[in-house]
Design a protein around this ligand. Structure first.
Ligand code: SF4
Ligand code: SF4
Length: 207
């Protein structure tokens, strides 16, 4: 007979993390870098309910905020959420405490991009990185060159061939080209130097 609620499964009992176990360094850092009011979150979940893509996230928006409060950096920087987020800001709009959820997730995305932690959504993470590289190259993004540069990144082309995404991409590209919607040669923006400075300054704020 067992006099606890474990049902006898003593081998599965593990110590639980409580708020404060990991200190509040990560919380203070993210609040300082974003200006977001993360400490004010009381987990009402309105942000998650308002998010159009929360079903595709492994860590929901309200959990993102909670994990920052308890300092779970590794979990956040490896989650799919930072890459799945559309930056539509519905979560920020619906939050009753002005927490700044969307801005926080965008910041975590930059932290993830600059960290050595392997992203869960490799395709999306590589797309994000390539987009920024192309933006710095020409000052604007040419879709044809962007997809070409993306397909040359390790593992991308192989995965697209395996899933059939490459065939769809080629068909879409041909349709756009026939309709004059796809330019094969990129145009360099006059303000490319300024755009590079903006991107580098933004990346420089995230360590
Ligand atoms: S809506 Fe705001 S207060 Fe509610 S869980 Fe989300 S971040 Fe926290
Ligand atoms: S900004 Fe991201 S997390 Fe917020 S509602 Fe939009 S998709 Fe969801």
């Amino acid at each position: 007979m067992h006099d606890d609620n474990s049902g006898g499964r003593t081998d599965s009992i593990r110590p639980r993390h409580r708020i404060g176990d990991r200190g509040d360094h990560f919380l203070k850092r993210v609040e300082g870098e974003t200006g977001a009011n993360i400490s004010a979150c009381y987990q009402c979940e309105r942000c998650t309910n308002a998010c159009p893509v929360s079903a595709f996230m492994d860590v929901k928006p309200h959990q993102v905020i909670r994990y920052i409060q308890i300092g779970w950096r590794e979990r956040l920087l490896s989650c799919s959420t930072v890459w799945v987020c559309l930056s539509c800001e519905m979560c920020t709009t619906y939050c009753p405490n002005d927490v700044g959820v969307a801005e926080t997730i965008q910041h975590l995305r930059k932290m993830a991009a600059n960290s050595a932690i392997q992203p869960r959504e490799l395709q999306l993470a590589t797309f994000h990185r390539t987009f920024i590289e192309e933006l710095q190259r020409f000052g604007r993004v040419n879709e044809f060159w962007l997809m070409g540069a993306l397909n040359l990144k390790p593992g991308i082309l192989k995965d697209k061939i395996r899933t059939g995404a490459l065939k769809e991409e080629i068909e879409l590209g041909l349709t756009l080209w026939r309709r004059g919607k796809l330019k094969l040669l990129p145009h360099r923006c006059k303000a490319v130097g300024e755009i590079r400075t903006v991107v580098q300054n933004r990346n420089g704020k995230v360590r």
